[in-house]
Design a protein around this ligand. Structure first.
Ligand code: HEC
Length: 149
């Protein structure tokens, strides 16, 4: 009986041993599978990257850090928190209230830019804080962030 490495040329005239044939066949299958896998991995890589870039451009993500920074600068967190009750509703509650409502963004933009009457837990009413910036992109980003909680 003689073992050869796969691919090694037969140097003698001994009739091929069945085990040997089996081994190189197995090796061939494994090599082939390996080649296919690498190809597949490349294909997945090559197709998902442009898709990812495309979708990132088509649906710009909320910039959570910028939203929180703007809220901090405007003292929104004095009366609001994402999940802890303060004088104002939590942003999780606000998001739930407006879930699926088409005009949610406009409504909240109006709410934080016009000084609407705001009802406090103790029953008194006062004008809601008006956000200081006039930059609509920043305001929209903040509102989108609130609605995404
Ligand atoms: C002095 C406290 C206070 C500050 C500061 C404050 N809010 Fe409010 N906010 C409230 C209260 C009270 C309500 C509840 C109003 C109501 O239900 O009538 C409210 C409601 C809201 C709502 C929900 C509106 C709705 O239609 O349900 C949002 C969104 C909101 N505030 C965002 C902000 C943002 C953004 C800031 C910072 C620019 C901010 N708030 C600053 C007290 C405050």
């Amino acid at each position: 009986m003689q073992f050869r490495l796969a691919g090694q040329k037969s140097m003698n005239a001994i009739a091929p041993c069945p085990l040997n044939q089996y081994y190189s066949k197995l090796h061939f299958i494994l090599e082939f599978a390996n080649y296919r896998m690498r190809n597949k991995a490349f294909l997945i890589f090559a197709t998902t990257i442009p898709l990812f870039i495309f979708s990132a451009n088509a649906f710009p993500a909320v910039d959570a850090e910028a939203a929180k920074a703007l809220a901090r600068q405007n003292n929104c967190f004095k009366c609001h928190s994402v999940d802890k009750e303060k004088d104002g509703p939590t942003f999780i509650k606000v998001a739930a209230k407006y879930k699926g409502k088409a005009n949610a963004e406009e409504r909240l933009i109006t709410h934080i830019t016009t000084g609407e009457k705001a009802k406090f837990p103790d029953g008194h009413e006062e004008e809601h804080k008006i956000i200081k910036t006039k930059d609509m992109a920043e305001i929209k980003n903040l509102v989108k962030w609130v609605l995404s909680q």
